[in-house]
Design a protein. Structure first.
Length: 286
């Protein structure tokens, strides 16, 4: 067999084999690589290239070495799930770099970090003043996690004591101009509802690049033609205004009627609508 054909067949076979190995080793390999992961990937790449270029005289020996470097890490990962000691050996342990606002110089030396390296990592977390940091920890993957001091943390709804509504994942109902029935059904909607919503903004389905529906039933649309500006969804605003109007009307009718029973009914209705508005306001006004 010609050498070029041998290399071609080996390369195709190894490509398929490494692809299967990559699936076996899991997504973690590419998402958050530790130093051990990096070494494993490099060795697998070198072995694959050597076998592919016929630098390994005996094909079986090369495949055995490749299998060891694939299945041994997989075994180590499974063992690390069961044992923290093995997990610390394989993945490493986190290192505290800043503790209660104090930079730990000995820990910086331990992870081979200069002060410039630490400041650079803090800037990547949008922290430009190290005095704002309460804790900074280097994770086993090498990423630095930062906790700001209490008075420097961003204000949240919980900080302000404001309750907010729960959000569910938006559903994509149109993609490349094609309506998708399964997401519509998951939201309890249908194509007729979608056509009606698109007619409100004067858009045809075939002109829509992406359309999504959020948990409140609002439709967000992106068109193929970026020059066309579509109006923002008003479902929440209209519902809030309608409820406010109903509540105001009930209060007005209660003041206008002279019948005690009717006045009581209007007052109770206005009170119920006020309670409903208080509960829905975090969802409708955000």
């Amino acid at each position: 067999m010609a050498e070029w054909l041998n290399i071609l067949l080996r390369s195709i076979g190894l490509f398929i084999l490494v692809l299967l190995f990559a699936r076996l080793m899991g997504k973690r390999q590419t998402s958050r690589m530790t130093f051990f992961d990096l070494i494993t990937v490099i060795v697998i790449g070198v072995l694959t290239a050597a076998i592919s270029l016929n630098l390994v005289n005996v094909l079986a020996n090369g495949l055995i070495a490749l299998a060891v470097w694939v299945f041994a890490p997989i075994g180590m990962y499974y063992l690390s799930i069961k044992s923290k000691m093995i997990r610390d050996i394989v993945q490493g342990r986190e290192t505290v770099l800043v503790n209660h606002g104090k930079v730990l110089e000995d820990k910086l030396m331990e992870v081979r970090y200069t002060p410039e390296d630490l400041l650079s990592q803090l800037r990547k977390k949008n922290v430009f003043n190290f005095a704002d940091v309460e804790f900074a920890i280097m994770e086993p993957s090498g990423e630095v996690s930062v906790l700001l001091k209490k008075d420097k943390q961003p204000i949240t709804a919980k900080t302000l004591g404001v309750s907010v509504g729960h959000e569910s994942v938006p559903q994509t109902v149109i993609l490349d101009g094609v309506m998708m029935d399964e997401p519509l059904t998951a939201m309890g909607l249908n194509r007729q509802w979608l056509h009606t919503e698109l007619e409100k903004i004067g858009v045809a389905p075939e002109n829509v690049f992406i359309a999504q529906v959020d948990s409140a039933g609002q439709l967000y649309v992106d068109l193929f033609n970026d020059a066309i500006i579509t109006p923002k969804p008003k479902t929440k605003d209209l519902l809030y205004v309608t409820l406010k109007k109903c509540q105001a009307d009930c209060e007005l009718y209660a003041l206008g009627t002279k019948k005690k029973n009717a006045k009581k009914i209007y007052q109770e209705s206005a009170l119920e609508l006020t309670e409903i508005l208080d509960e829905l306001e975090p969802l409708l006004k955000k």
